[in-house]
Ligand binder design. Sequence first.
Ligand code: GAL
Length: 986
Amino acid sequence: MSSSYVEDPAPGHGSLPPRAAFSSDARSMSLAGTWRFNLSPSPEAAPEGIARDAFDDSTWGTLTVPGHWQLQGHGKPAYTNVHYPFPVQPPLVPSDNPTGDHRLTFDLPAGWPDEPAVLRFDGVDSCAKVWLNGEELGVTRGSRLPSEFAVGHLLRPRANVLAVRVHQWSSGSYLEDQDMWWLSGIFREVTLLSRPVGGVEDYRLHADYDHVSGLGTLSLTAAEGVLLSVPELGVEDLPAGRPVELAVEPWSAESPRLYHGEVHTAAERVPVRIGFRTVVIEDGLLKVNGRRVLFRGVNRHEHHPRFGRALPREFALADVLLMKRHNVNAVRTSHYPPDPYFLQLCDTHGLWVIDECDLETHGFGDLGWAGNPSDDPRWGEAYLDRMRRTVERDKNHPSIVLWSLGNEAHTGRNLAATAAWTRERDPSRPVHYEGDFECEYVDVYSRMYADHAEVDRIGRRDDPNERRRSLPFLLCEFAHAMGNGPGGLLEYRELFERYPHAQGGFVWEWLDHGLARRDAAGREYFAYGGDFGEQIHDGNFVIDGLVHPDRTPSPALAEFAKVFEPVRIGASAEGVRISNHYDVVGSSHLVFRWTFEDDGVEVAAGELAVPEVHSGQSRDVPLPRLPGASGEGVLTVRAVLAADTGWASPGHVVAWGQLPVTPAADPVPAAVGAPLLRERGLLRLGPGAFDAATGRLVALGGHRVEGPRLDLWRAPTDNDRGSDDPEATQWRAAGLHRLQHRVAEVDGQASALVVRTRVAPPGLGFGMLTEYHWTADGDRLRLRVDLEPAGEWPCTLPRLGLRMAVPGGFGGVEWFGAGPGEAYADSRQAARTGRFSSTVDALQTPYVYPQENGNRADARWLRLTSAGGAGIRIEGEPVFDFTARRWTSEDLDAARHTVDLVPGELVHLNLDLAQHGLGTASCGPGVLPRYRLHAQKASLTLTFSPITLEGAARWPVRPRSASSRTRTGTVSGTSRSSGSACAWSA
Ligand code: GAL
């Protein structure tokens, strides 16, 4: 085949040796823009002679470069997690190999120097042959790595013709089997750089910090004649190889102090930013500047719903700002070096980075790793080449504290050799690679998705492998954020805080990789695997981020921010305890503001005087002077930024805590006394009207309702559908999605209505004896539901509660309880006690793959009202959880994309005693035992009242019960082994 270079396992060729990424005062020209483009189904079908000046590309289409052709109307994206989408016959690839020819004709700008020049590609997926002005420059491979070609001798002032032939598949595809969309093309910058004679070819800055002496050591490695100046430090014209010691402030993710300087020669000046820090492994701990660091990290892919991995810079910035604002302090660049701009942002704003090589061969796992390139000498050079290009490009970033050899490529000699090269080339940073399970050639012990019990074992150093026992431990992936979840984040944090060498982890993953599409009606939604007609795909497994594809935070990000807040605020005997969990900095950049709320209404506020709290220390300060409260009094203390940080404004909330100060006053007087009246097929009790045959509430104060009845179903989450024995499969087998309600008795009493039912699935023998006990006074209708399981329940329960429906006009929502966001048993740290208002529409979390969402916890009361103010009010005794939606749980369950959810005429309410936790079984452990929900004897009491316009005005905020806010039912259960298999079922 004419394009045999495509299948050569060796690295690309013709390019210059790798070097640091930098920009300088030398001329440069971006070649981004509109290029001519033609897609052929195979290399053979591609036109000949595209490199020639005279080649006629006028019939071709156009393409925006940087960009992926599949996202610009040529071919289609495809998503697989592990499987190669082609037969595995390394290094051979399909002969049907889409080949994109790109051509650009450009003039040099006026005054372009007649000097050497370099053409740089920052990323081409997956393999390209490049020509300039008819001359072949070489071949690139390594999609997320730079390639530079010397072109000075070929340039002409006008009409330079750059031709790039890009192949979708190449030998490199075997090394690029990351869990993401297959997207091809020139997707990162293309730049022409003038390279002045006598300029700076490459340089390496060493900026160590000695935390004992407080001195930094600065030195430069570069060619003869290259000098370093850092005016701020009084360093002027420091030649290479002459270290100087200086009093400096160190760099850390929490205090990213950078010194601006210049690497220069007579011919070129390169602005540089220097951060002083020293990374060591000492006593089994990974330390930076002498201190143990805790990674509160995320895995970040580069993705945009319209541009794929051709990520415009503003979105890299958006990522970093969002991360910093949510207490993320570390990033693993899964699973390739990011666009270099991202690393500049990490240096500037402060994030610890694991920079990962562009390497993954996961699909060989399906073959029992037979033929895996990691242990095949034919691929040795390709492995080294990829790592060299990673390290050389990124070596000058203070934010990078670990090099990672790649991801899920099993193990073998090529990885061992790569580790050895890396350590020799850069002894200042340890080497990470999760796949070296025995830790033979890595410096840290890294795992993915280990469950809590295993992290605890590792924490206790209970490991037969001596080498592993001696190393710092981190979870390079954990807390799989697919759909609704992860649950159990808090319990991981507790382990990281219990065991010093358990140095945190990186949530999988930052962003949902949904691709924006429109349905026939023009409504936008996010597509996932299978939506482009792929034969082999992994569905929505690519939708597993803390932020949605459009970068709106999902509730999981709020949970992350709360769980990993660097300051903890709680109650102590003295008043308020402030604990500093930063690794380095004190609390002087924070101001502590408090508010005091009486039944959710703010009645006082102020600032708390908190003397500096140093890293790792706590201080108690007295409570502020507070007014009395007639209801439940809650003090909220927020640690906010005192000044602008570059990533957030003054007042940004870094951490918060709540202290219950006054318990709620007297219990709500029970609604009793109203007589039960019979009237033509109806039973009337206070404001309620009931169907006489079924005993079901049909109207409340004139509002038509579908009255509350027992309901156990939730639209399964991705985590419910995960693991080898998915919970959702068990629930469906148990018929929990199609329960039948047999009315055994409608017992009308003088001033009560008692309805006895048995709720059970078809074809099965177990059920739930459910007794509804209604009483009322003039305005309010009180319901106590007593539940008792009958027979053997085979599985956990999704929910335990009631469902009902109210008029669709009741779209305004107000509640006093936990909020403002959704909360579940094992993911509820971000919810605080307060009074919140929203709308039914805004209560929904638009998970890309629809599933259970939007639960609000611990409501003392809830009001749903129309624009005119009519509605209903529900009170708990003492609390309940609720969801309110314009569709049913069944609709939610049936939907595959957000646009499948069509608002109906009713608002459907779930009013719950409890829900099963979330866990992370989509990839990792399931729900922890204490958050599992089992069939059990329980009761739930709620009071319903109609709100009329006058009633709305009349309504007092009722004093709440002084009893504790725990529910009547308890959630208990037994342990279940948690698989870590990344599998889930539809
Ligand atoms: C890991 C892998 C990630 C991702 C994740 C599941 O095994 O390293 O790339 O696939 O599982 O979402």
